[in-house]
Design a protein around this ligand. Sequence first.
Ligand code: PMP
Length: 429
Amino acid sequence: MSGGPQSQAWFARAQRVLPGGVDSPVRAYGAVGGTPPVIKQASGTTITDVDGRQYLDFVGSWGPLILGHAHPKVLRTIAAACARGTSYGAPCQPEIELAEHVVAAYPGIDQVRFVSSGTEAVMSAIRLARGATGRDLIVKFSGCYHGHVDHMLVAAGSGLVTLGEPSSAGVPARFTELTRVLPLDDETALRDLFAADGDNIAAVIVEPVPANNGLLLQRKAFLSALREVCDAHGALLIFDEVISGFRLGPGGAAEHYDLRPDLATFGKVIGGGMPVGAFAGRRELMQHLSPEGAVYQAGTLSGNPVAMSAGLITLQILHEENGWERLAELGEYLERQVGAAVAGAAVDVAFVRIGSIFWLAMHTKTPPRTAEAIDPRAGESYARVFGALLAEGVALAPSAYEVGFLSLAHTRADIDRLASSLARALKSV
Ligand code: PMP
């Protein structure tokens, strides 16, 4: 499935001047085949490509656009902020207001620092964790993505505790020697690692709602074990809430699971569609950051007034319009409608959902809890489903391992349309 003639012409130009034609790999359609539509504009739930083809969008720019595309109030706020100047490189009111909002919303934090991407947030939070504990080791989980930070680009062995082995060229093995990879959903592996090396572990980082390798919803007991083991060994627990933060609710996964991380990282929704990331924690931890402490961290465009204003208005609208409750209701409706579609499928499909985040697990009836449990045939089957949907003008993420997102712009009619397209597509797989 490829875009129309104009998209193809533009994408050919793109491939000459942008590696792979894109600025972020999954956009290139490598996992589903064909070439992507080149987008001209978007509004609400509709994206329009350069051929004038329209798509009902469930990608939402990979998560940020929780109010839908081009929300009028967000646009007006951005325009007004731009008119006051796009960057000052000095403290400004919107960054202070957004910080106050984040601190009030997310449990157990006193301070936040803004950056410009989720990757930067994770990189900085890990440096802070190491600086604050004086320890070097970081534990991550197979199937969790934390941005393209060198020492987080580590492949996991098949369910075993592995020493970090880089999964990207250009990351020296020595850079990942201090990263330990564990399987999700496995308290024994966790306790064994801590028993052996607990005194050297600075932090455990986890996506509490792992949503970058399918949607691998965890048992609360597993997440609680992380908290307990970190406490017992003086290690910090970092929740990477780049996807879940301000999407599941104002308190993210921490509130949802009633667990308190020591540090949390944010991105996507917190920037209202502008390039924003953030990391946050208790005052005594955050005060290790420069200029107060010895952990250096900085950014030319960090906390810039336009991005901060977009984030702030987005969170305000979510609060004022009961956004999270409405999203959860839409999610329940989606689950009911798609549940029926999935029941008639030619292959087993598990529909996995939490709040407004959803995923189709192919070739299984049981939602997988680990990356290793995903059926290897999923990629090929999903590519067919994806192509059939796109041909009907419905856009899911172009990868079997990426989740879908609902926004407040979606209506029940939009969801019905997804469900009926999906029912047709799944019959033909
Ligand atoms: N952490 C998580 C959980 C993410 O989902 C992502 C992005 N998908 C990142 C970090 C990296 O964020 P960014 O792409 O903004 O650098």
